[in-house]
Write a protein that binds this ligand. Structure first.
Ligand code: ASP
Length: 296
């Protein structure tokens, strides 16, 4: 995150947190809170989700999202959608109104439209900043196609939320435009259950960001939730997940973790990650997080 984008990220996170909190404050469900928080960030073109996302190799926005309910383990995911402003809304419809967990591409758009989610044009999701970013990237990497060009610079700004409600239920949601210049049809970790997102009342609600391929190979959100299930603090599990990602596959990323007791873990192995956390007593936002040193 460049210096001149820090304020925009902080504002975006603050707005998302306010939307999620307003659901929780009136006694609403964690599932609704994470959906509303993620919608705000999808609508904010600061982030790599919804409008303003990274463009794929063809210059199109292609979006993935997942939402999961920790109380029932119901989940809804969309992958490679091109005509949805808010993929998390479609994911939520899948969770609530379908016996399935995933819909992808046109099938997902058709499902969304049939369930009252309005479709848009792909061009409505594309902004000038991203057209320029893709142009520069393709110019700089010409002749290197097929090489492993992943770096923190091209996989960041995915959005996610975790919440605990008054009934004691937790939920998680993650939404992304994926990585810059990705091949059309490439699905990242964000919408994959247990990779970019997971929620189970018995363990934790988790959302991840970062270089998707290593994260999915390690099924990192579930890996982290399992550490919480076996009695570790979310704070420790979050940091361990980042260490594991680095040591095992030289991956990088960020993670937010929340258990049913309201204990939070936030960690990242990138220089910065915008994060926020709110309870009745305290609100915090930031872009950097010290390693906690907490023992499991
Ligand atoms: N994890 C996302 C992906 O690989 C990218 C990101 O988090 O920014 O699709």
């Amino acid at each position: 995150m460049p210096d001149d984008m820090v304020d925009a990220h902080i504002n975006g996170v603050r707005n998302a947190m306010a939307a999620g909190w307003s659901v929780l404050a009136r006694g609403g469900a964690a599932l609704d809170a994470v959906e509303e928080a993620v919608v705000i960030m999808e609508d904010d073109d600061t982030f790599d989700a919804g409008r303003g996302s990274f463009l794929n190799r063809d210059g199109k926005v292609q979006l993935d999202a997942l939402i999961m309910d920790g109380s029932t383990l119901r989940a809804g995911g969309v992958g490679c959608v091109e005509r949805l402003r808010n993929p998390v809304r479609a994911a939520r419809k899948i969770l609530s109104e379908s016996p399935h967990v995933y819909f992808v591409a046109e099938g997902a758009e058709r499902f969304a439209a049939e369930h009252g989610v309005e479709l848009c044009k792909n061009e409505d999701l594309v902004i000038a900043r991203e057209v320029e970013r893709l142009r520069e990237y393709q110019q700089d990497t010409a002749g290197q196609e097929g090489k492993d060009l992943f770096a923190p610079a091209i996989s960041h700004d995915t959005v996610g939320a975790v919440a605990l409600d008054a009934a004691g239920n937790i939920a998680a949601a993650t939404s992304t435009g994926g990585t810059l210049n990705k091949a059309p049809g490439r699905l990242g970790d964000s919408s994959l259950i247990g990779c970019g997102c997971y929620a189970d009342n018995l363990s934790a609600a988790v959302s991840t960001t970062g270089w998707g391929e290593p994260i999915m190979k390690l099924v990192l959100a579930k890996w982290t939730a399992d550490r919480v299930m076996s009695g570790n603090l979310p704070e420790w599990a979050a940091q361990e997940a980042m260490n594991y990602l680095k040591q095992r596959l030289n991956g990088h990323g960020g993670i937010i973790v929340l258990n049913g007791l309201g204990q939070v873990g936030i960690a990242h192995s990138t220089p910065r990650m915008a994060w926020g956390s709110k309870t009745e007593k305290k609100e915090e936002v930031g872009v950097e997080r010290e390693e906690s040193g907490v023992q499991g």
